[in-house]
Write a protein that binds this ligand. Structure first.
Ligand code: FAD
Ligand code: UDP
Length: 428
C-alpha cells in the first residue's frame, strides 16, 4: 500500500519527496488543476508576465537548510520587498523607517534625532500594550498610527484595532535608518520561473504519482497513511462548524507600460476600499523591459463564506475553542496526519511550511522504522501560532518578536465581543 499526500502545495510536495527518497510509493492529489497550492504562479497568456495567482509571494527565511532546499529546485533571483504606501494623498516608504518619518513630519532628522522625536510621540503611559492600537501608540504615537496602521488594519481585518491582538503589529520592523527592506531575514529572493516550477521539481522523483483535479473525498483506494494538507474542518465534513478565515477578492487591472512604478502599493486610508495593489511584472526585476503590457491586482479583504478560498486563519478565543474540538477529533482518527497551513489552521510563511514538512517527514520515517504509525499532528496546532522557524531581528521591530499572525475574527454581530474574548485569551 502506498502513502497519499492530499494537496500539492509546499506541504504535500515536500513530504512526498522525502518519503519517495526513502523508497516509499506516494500518491499526491490536488483538487485544483495546478501544482503549488496558494503559492501557484503562471505566465499570463496575453503578456507573458509571471502572475502570483493567490496573491504576491516573496520568499524570505533565516533557515539555511530551507534556503538550500529551494535553491536545489530553482534559481533564486535577488529580490528585496520594498513597499510603498499612500496615506492622506501622499506617498511614503514602508515599513516605517527614517525616510518615512522625515517625509511624514517634513523633517531632515538623523537617526538619533528621529529616535528621540518618536520617543516623544509615543504613549509612555502604555507599559504593556493590550491590543493592536495600544501597541502602535506605545511605539510610534498617534500621528503615525493613524496615517499607516489604523485604516489599513480596519480594512484588512474588519475589526477595530482595539479588538485585535498586539502580536499582529509586532513583526513589522521600525527602523531609524533608510533601510526599507520589508523583512529582516538574511535570505530573500524570487524564483526565476515561479513557485509552481519549484513544486514541480520537488515532485519530480521516482515513486511519486501525481493526480490533479482530484478531491480526496472521491478517492476509493486503500492507503497506508494520509498526509492531509487540506482544511482540518473539511476532513470532518464541518461537523463541528466552520473554522473562520479571511478571504481576498482580487480585481484585475490591465494597462500598458508601468501602472504603479513598483511591485506593491499599500492604501492606508480607510475610505479607499481595497488594501493594496500589486503589479506582478515588478516581482521579476530581472525581466524588466520585456513586457509592454502590465497586470495588477487590487486586493479586497472580507470574511470567508462557505465557497470562498480560505486565506488568513482567525484565531481568537472562539475559533481556538472550535479548533480544540477538531484537534480532539483528529487525535482519535486513524491513518491520517494533518499538516500545513490548512491542516493545522495557522498562518505559515513558505519557509516555515517547508521546515515543518521536512520535520514531519523525518519524524514519519523514524516512526516507520520503529513500526509505529505517524502521529495525527507533528506539533500542537493549539500551542503553535506559526512563528518563523528562526526569528532573526537585525533591526528593532515594532515590539519584541511574537507570533507570526494571531488573526482576529471579523464575524458580523460577534465583533463587539472580540475585545473581551482577546482579554480572556490574554488571561489564559
Ligand atoms: P496550500 O498552499 O494551501 O496547499 C494546500 C492544497 O491542498 C491546495 O492546493 C488545495 O487545493 C489542496 N486541497 C485542500 N483540500 C483538498 C481536498 N480535500 N482534496 C484535494 N485537494 C485538496 N508566504 C511567504 O513566505 N511569503 C509571502 O510573501 C507570502 N504571501 C502570502 C500572501 C497571502 C495573501 C497569503 C494568504 C499567504 C502568503 N504566504 C506567504 C503564505 C503561503 O501562501 C503559505 O506558506 C503556503 O501556501 C502554505 O502551503 P501549504 O501546502 O501548507 O498549503
Ligand atoms: N499593516 C498596516 N498597514 C500597512 C501594512 C500592514 O496597518 O500598510 C498591519 C495590518 O494589520 C497587517 C499587519 O500590519 O495585517 C501585518 O502586516 P503584513 O504586511 O505582514 O500583513 P499581510 O498583508 O501579509 O497580512
Amino acid at each position: 500500500m502506498r502513502f497519499c499526500c492530499v494537496g500539492a502545495g509546499f506541504s504535500g510536495a515536500v513530504i512526498a519527496r522525502r518519503l519517495a527518497e526513502a523508497g516509499h510509493q506516494v500518491l499526491v492529489i490536488d483538487e485544483r488543476p495546478h501544482l503549488g497550492g496558494n503559492c501557484h504562479t503562471e505566465r499570463d497568456a496575453a503578456t507573458g508576465i509571471m502572475l502570483h495567482r493567490y496573491g504576491p509571494h516573496i520568499f524570505h527565511t533565516a533557515d539555511r537548510e530551507v534556503w538550500d532546499f529551494v535553491n536545489r529546485f530553482a534559481r533564486m533571483m535577488p529580490y528585496v520587498n520594498r513597499v510603498k504606501a499612500i496615506s492622506g494623498g501622499r506617498v511614503y516608504s514602508l515599513p516605517v523607517n527614517l525616510h518615512t518619518i522625515n517625509q511624514f513630519f517634513g523633517a531632515t532628522m538623523n537617526p538619533r534625532e528621529a529616535q528621540d522625536f518618536i520617543a516623544g510621540q509615543a504613549r509612555r503611559d502604555i507599559a504593556e500594550p493590550a491590543n493592536f492600537e495600544e501597541q502602535a501608540l506605545s511605539m510610534v504615537g498617534d500621528a503615525l498610527y493613524r496615517a499607516f496602521f489604523r485604516g489599513y488594519t480596519r480594512k484588512q481585518w474588519g475589526l477595530d484595532p482595539t479588538e485585535l491582538p498586539a502580536s499582529i503589529l509586532k513583526r513589522l520592523p521600525l527602523r531609524f535608518n533608510y533601510d526599507d527592506n520589508y523583512f529582516n531575514h538574511p535570505f530573500q529572493g524570487m524564483p526565476e520561473e515561479g513557485y509552481t516550477a519549484i513544486v514541480a521539481g520537488i515532485l519530480n522523483a521516482p515513486g511519486i504519482e501525481l493526480r490533479l483535479g482530484c478531491r480526496f473525498e472521491e478517492i476509493g483506494e486503500d492507503l497506508a497513511h494520509v498526509f492531509y494538507t487540506g482544511p482540518l474542518d473539511r476532513y470532518f465534513a464541518y461537523r463541528l462548524g466552520r473554522l473562520g478565515y479571511r478571504t481576498l477578492d482580487f480585481e484585475e487591472i490591465r494597462a500598458e507600460g508601468d501602472y504603479l512604478g513598483t511591485a506593491v502599493m499599500n492604501y492606508c486610508d480607510e475610505d479607499v476600499p481595497f488594501t493594496r495593489i500589486s503589479e506582478h511584472k515588478h516581482f521579476a526585476p530581472w525581466e524588466a523591459g520585456r513586457f509592454e503590457g502590465t497586470v495588477c491586482f487590487r486586493e479586497y479583504s472580507r470574511l470567508a463564506g462557505a465557497g470562498d478560498i480560505p486565506y488568513y486563519p482567525i484565531r481568537l478565543v472562539g475559533e481556538k475553542k472550535m479548533l480544540a474540538d477538531y484537534v480532539a477529533l483528529a487525535r482519535q482518527a486513524r491513518g491520517v496526519s494533518f499538516v500545513g497551513r490548512l491542516g493545522t489552521y495557522r498562518y505559515l510563511d513558505m519557509d516555515v511550511t517547508i521546515r515543518e514538512a521536512m520535520d514531519a517527514a523525518t519524524m514519519t520515517l523514524a516512526r516507520l522504522r520503529e513500526g509505529a504509525p505517524p502521529p495525527p499532528f507533528f506539533l500542537d496546532p493549539l500551542g503553535q501560532e506559526g512563528k518563523p522557524a528562526v526569528p532573526a531581528q537585525s533591526s528593532p521591530a515594532l515590539a519584541p518578536a511574537g507570533p507570526r499572525r494571531d488573526a482576529p475574527a471579523p464575524v458580523p454581530g460577534v465583533s463587539r465581543g472580540a475585545g473581551q474574548r482577546l482579554k480572556e485569551a490574554a488571561n489564559r
